[in-house]
Design a protein around this ligand. Structure first.
Ligand SMILES: [Zn+2]
Length: 237
């Protein structure tokens, strides 16, 4: 790039200056070199194998929080977990991003486990519990307020704020896992095969340990009647 801007500094020079002066950025690139060296020492064919394709058995739908990286907390390697993350691991049936990831994971990659993974101390859930405005994100967090409304009889009785946030974290994961089960993507897959599970997990950031909420689903019978869909039948009037 050789385009001059108004100060006579080329675009490439301008970007170069920015890179040199940003230590947290350049650290990522040097860390990458170290990581590549380490992988190759352990397995010279590591990247050749990785480049051939992926066949993960797990889809992880987690929070965007930087403290809950899917691979690290599950001790898995690149290629083993297909990952989608957003603020507070919300699964909304109008979210084309999430639905596209889910559809590809279930119908192309044929994953066996779809895991909604929340975490205690989730800032998104805590924000949803407050009455403050945070901007655009308020529209996203409203989905969690809906979860609160569904379970207000239980949550209103909890007086400790930290406990209330963490209980809503659990209920949010359960409801989002339930939302996945309502999709035609999951329900149609269940009609074709019996090895697909939807799970709800919580990562305890304070200990690093994962808690299985025990809300796993493997068929549509646990759904309310109104959410069940018939096999490949689209209503025509
Ligand atoms: Zn979070």
């Amino acid at each position: 790039m050789k385009n001059n801007n108004n100060n006579g500094v080329t675009t490439s020079e301008k970007y170069k200056l920015q890179l040199v002066n940003n230590e947290s950025y350049t650290k990522l690139l040097s860390n990458n070199r170290s990581w590549v060296d380490k992988q190759l020492q352990q397995d010279p064919e590591f990247f050749n194998t990785l480049a051939k394709g992926q066949s993960p058995e797990v889809l992880w739908i987690g929070c965007a929080d930087s403290r809950v990286p899917a691979n690290e907390v599950t001790g898995t390697k690149p290629g083993e977990v297909f990952v989608h993350r957003n603020i507070a691991n919300v699964c909304v049936h109008t979210d084309m991003n999430m639905l596209s990831v889910l559809d590809y994971a279930v119908n192309v990659l044929k994953v066996k486990h779809v895991i909604v993974a929340g975490h205690y101390g989730c800032g998104g859930v805590a924000a949803a519990l407050s009455n403050k405005q945070f901007g655009l994100i308020d529209n996203w967090l409203r989905h969690i307020k809906d979860v609160y409304r569904l379970h207000s009889h239980e949550l209103d009785r909890i007086t400790d704020q930290e406990q209330k946030v963490n209980r809503l974290v659990e209920l949010n994961v359960t409801e989002q896992a339930y939302n996945l089960c309502k999709t035609t993507i999951i329900q149609n897959a269940w009609k074709e095969r019996d090895d697909l599970y939807v799970h709800g997990w919580i990562v305890d950031i304070g200990t690093g340990l994962i808690k299985d909420l025990g809300v796993s689903a493997n068929d549509a019978h646990q759904l309310g009647y109104v959410y069940e869909v018939q096999a490949n039948e689209v209503a025509v009037h």
